[in-house]
Ligand binder design. Structure first.
Ligand code: CTP
Ligand code: MG
Length: 338
């Protein structure tokens, strides 16, 4: 039986260690400035290549949701009406012409992207075109992160752990994306008792605010909602421990679906994602995480049975190390391939 909670002295010590780690993980001002510069630079390049069009370059993902580190890749989304920019091969060619290196075009991916490296600003980036969903889900994550002071350190520390243990690559043969982990973290916080986070998409009574003149699909009034979860006084250390306990031992992978949109767990049956469903492929995956906006998408579908089991073992490993009073450094020790 896994230990129920951390003892007070363990909790105190781990809390201190986590604060220290969190401080180290915060991006430097200098690295944030370089990100902004990269955005502006790409806008200049695109304006020069496709003059006379209204073209914006927006940061999303960790560069836009307060969860980046100094070494994170930059996720960029070009928004424009110019049709010519939809041709990813052409975009790749023009970026290369302007000095971008390691330019790779993934035109056939679910979301077509161009990957490149800017040797001047020393930044790697993934560029896509017109993906409003990614901009909105980034803005929602940022809103959640701002609601309670525990969200940012918890998410950053878990992301650091996933990176060190090589658990955040959704590519072929990989595990799941950082974005999927973030949804699992937010939903875990929505389900604490008392909850630390609400469902921003369910708060329909509140006055809907607007972003860029468009109606928002979620409540985004941070000032009004800040401190929403303060009835829960669990510490950062306790939450980290409980996160691993939850996904290591409590969460029933064959029955449950993580739903940030609903702010609770859905059963696979109500979601229509049964393990053996013939007409819906999403349920065949061991991990079910609903994309909050495109709810037919399962963000857990990048992990096959083998990689899910590796992932599950890693969650349990982290829990057991914390249970044994080990240091966070040990939990986040760099994974070495055998
Ligand atoms: N995204 C998405 N659907 C996915 C994966 C990603 O819509 N299946 C979008 C989300 O907007 C997400 C962004 O792509 O915020 C970046 O995803 P990812 O790189 O996984 O997350 P980051 O927060 O950028 O984390 P990291 O620092 O590890 O890059
Ligand atoms: Mg990213």
């Amino acid at each position: 039986e896994p230990k129920k909670s951390l003892d007070p002295d363990e909790e105190y010590k781990l809390s201190g260690d986590l604060r220290e780690l969190y401080d180290r993980l915060l991006p430097s001002k200098e690295s944030e400035d370089r990100r902004t510069q990269l955005c502006k630079k790409l806008e200049r390049i695109l304006d020069e290549e496709w003059p006379g069009n209204d073209i914006q370059v927006n940061m999303f993902g960790s560069s836009g949701n307060l969860l980046s580190s100094s070494d994170s890749d930059v996720d960029l989304c070009i928004t424009t009406d110019a049709k010519a920019l939809g041709d990813m091969h052409e975009l790749a060619k023009r970026l290369n012409k302007h000095g971008m290196e390691k330019v790779v075009c993934r035109a056939a991916a679910k979301v077509p992207i161009v990957k490149c490296w800017d040797p001047e600003l020393q930044l790697a980036c993934d560029v896509n075109v017109n993906n409003p969903l990614a901009l909105e889900n980034t803005r929602m994550i940022k809103t959640y992160v701002q609601l309670d002071d525990r969200v940012r350190p918890l998410a950053k520390i878990i992301k650091y752990w996933t990176k060190r243990r090589i658990l955040n690559d959704a590519g072929p043969g990989g595990t799941i994306s950082s974005y999927t982990w973030i949804c699992m973290i937010l939903n875990f916080l929505q389900r604490r008792d008392p909850p630390i986070l609400p469902s921003l998409q369910k708060m329909r009574n509140a006055e809907r605010s607007t972003a860029n003149g468009q109606p928002s699909d979620f409540v985004d009034d941070v000032d009004a909602l800040k401190g929403w979860g303060k009835k829960n006084n669990e510490s950062l250390a306790q939450l980290l421990f409980q996160f691993f306990r939850h996904y290591g031992y409590e969460f029933e992978y064959t029955k449950h679906v993580v739903s940030v949109r609903e702010g609770r767990l859905l059963s696979r049956t109500e979601k229509g994602w049964e393990t053996n469903s013939i007409d819906n492929k999403e349920g065949r995956h061991r991990l079910c995480v609903e994309e909050p906006f495109n709810t037919y998408r399962n963000l857990g579908n990048s992990a096959d049975e083998y990689s899910w089991s590796g992932l599950h073992n890693e969650i349990r490993r982290a829990f057991e190390l914390l249970e044994d009073g080990c240091q966070i450094e040990k939990v986040c020790e760099q994974y070495e391939f055998p």
